[in-house]
Design a binder for this molecule. Structure first.
Ligand code: ADP
Length: 491
């Protein structure tokens, strides 16, 4: 049978408390009883010593005789304390005999003590035993005293009362601490189980698709706080993922619908004979289909970088070398537009995902090439900043209108839709800069766009450096090294 966490915890705590209280009670009881036995045995020895001293004092040395009246008083007092005394003079004459004096009182005392001790300690082998003492004065034997008492020790009424009240106190405090422990355990269990139960409820709601739920409860248990924070974080990211997925699906449907409808309308016109299927029209349709294919692969790419769990395979990367390589992959387009390009500057090596940063460079340079005027210039500039490296891609192309600049990083946002002509010219899908932003953000960096219409644009990416680790690995660059890495790259 499955128990609730609260019941399980309460039961465990109650069990441990019960065990502890029982153990403490038993150990303290045994210890106190042992000490008390030792004390009582010592007290009995002292009592026999004091009886012997009292008896000895009743001997009148000058007269050579005993004070019978006092002997009687000492004997009777000892009898009521549980000591049965017989005293004989050195010749064997009885001086005083408790049994002879009051047989029934002696029997009563013996019976009382034996019964009480047997009741308390049923298995004990204690019984009345006789001990003989030679009473001397000035090394002369004056009497032989035999004292009979319950051996090895016996308790009087006061002792029994003391032991009873001690046991009552121990039992009472045991029960009280048990109740206290069980209550404290129950409260603790409730405190621990309540946030866990809430968290489980929230997780259940989340599994049902409700991502707006949050755990508000605060606890002062660190692990529980971490758990609730983690679940809240999970709910937040699931909700973000969900809205991202919804937006993406809507955007994708919207983006695909227009070109598909256009292609369908044109093909239909040709099928129905309204339009002549000239090779030019057919190749326009093919171009549009290719563009759709590119859009799909762009989307794939975006989905990957926006999935939230983009894994970065970070290595030390020389950004200048990477920029030069990326620029050279655009050689044909650059030559077609007769652009002049350069990569210059110097920056520390950065710890980045080489392929992803290459994609950032590719998207930025591709945009610059696309929007550059013929005979224009494109510059990739690298510099070192306080926090890392700054990578800028500049062009002197058409620029971006001021009011459109804040949206260029939005998914599917295209500046001035008329720039892209349907059928015939391959326009962008408005995804490139969204991919750039996602990758840079995943690296902990920031991307900014500056532009003036008809003057040009500048996209700058700042990346946190691995300067500290870098400095540990190799000494700072010499002046020559700095100079050489500023060498311009042009073609
Ligand atoms: P696309 O894939 O369509 O190029 P991007 O996300 O890369 O989409 O760019 C978004 C918009 O920003 C594009 O419509 C483009 O017009 C504009 N843009 C981007 N880079 C530049 C640039 N260097 N010069 C002028 N306009 C640019």
């Amino acid at each position: 049978m499955k128990r609730s966490l609260k019941t399980q915890l309460s039961l465990n705590i109650a069990f441990v408390a019960l065990l502890t209280v029982a153990l403490i009670s038993v150990v303290s009881n045994v210890f106190i009883n042992q000490q008390f036995e030792i004390y009582v045995e010592k007290r009995q020895e002292q009592r026999t010593d004091s009886i012997l001293l009292d008896l000895e004092q009743q001997y009148e040395e000058g007269a050579g005789k005993w004070n019978a009246e006092f002997l009687h008083a000492v004997g009777m007092r000892a009898l009521y304390d549980g000591y049965i005394i017989k005293a004989y003079d050195p010749l064997g004459e009885t001086l005083w005999d408790a049994e002879a004096h009051d047989m029934s009182a002696c029997a009563q005392v013996m019976e009382d003590i034996t019964r009480k001790m047997r009741e308390r300690y049923p298995g004990s082998s204690g019984r009345f035993t006789v001990k003989n003492y030679d009473l001397k004065r000035n090394d002369q034997s004056i009497a032989v005293v035999s004292i009979s008492y319950f051996s090895p020790y016996f308790y009087n009424d006061d002792d029994f009362r003391f032991l009873d009240s001690l046991n009552a106190v121990l039992a009472g405090s045991g029960v009280f601490s048990l109740l206290l422990a069980v209550t404290a355990g129950w409260l603790l269990a409730r405190r621990v189980s309540s946030p866990i139960r809430k968290t489980a409820e929230i997780a259940k709601q989340m599994s049902g698709g409700d991502y707006a739920v949050r755990i508000e409860e605060k606890t002062n248990v660190r692990e529980l706080d971490e758990l609730t924070r983690a679940v809240n974080h999970l709910a937040r990211s699931l909700s973000e993922q969900e809205s991202l997925r919804k937006r993406l699906t809507a955007d994708v449907a919207h983006e695909l619908r227009t070109p598909l409808t256009n292609v369908a309308t044109h093909v239909e016109a040709m099928v129905e004979g309204v339009w002549e299927p000239t090779p030019q029209r057919l190749s326009s349709c093919l171009e549009e289909i290719n563009r759709l294919g590119k859009l799909v692969s762009d989307l794939e790419n975006l989905a990957k970088v926006e999935s939230g769990n983009l894994k970065l395979d970070k290595t030390r990367v020389d950004l200048l070398e990477l920029a030069k390589k990326t620029l050279s992959s655009f050689e044909a387009d650059i030559a077609a537009k007769n652009l002049s390009v350069s990569a210059e500057g110097c920056c520390p090596e950065v710890l980045v995902d080489r392929d992803r940063i290459r994609q950032v460079l590719t998207n930025l340079i591709s945009n610059a090439v696309k929007h550059a005027e013929g005979n224009g210039a494109i510059r990739v500039i690298l510099s070192e900043t306080e926090n890392g490296a700054l990578l800028a891609v500049e062009d002197d192309g058409v620029g971006i209108p001021r009011d459109e600049l804040p949206f260029v990083f939005d998914r599917f946002y295209r500046v001035d839709k008329s720039r892209r002509r349907f059928l015939g010219e391959t326009g962008g899908s408005g995804i490139g800069l969204a991919v750039v932003k996602s990758i840079v953000t995943a690296h902990g960096g920031v991307v900014r766009a500056e532009s003036r219409l008809n003057e040009g644009s500048r996209f700058s990416v700042s990346l946190p450096s691995c300067q500290k680790e870098h400095e540990e690995l190799r000494p700072r660059q010499t002046h020559e090294e700095v100079e050489s890495c500023y060498a311009k790259f042009t073609f």
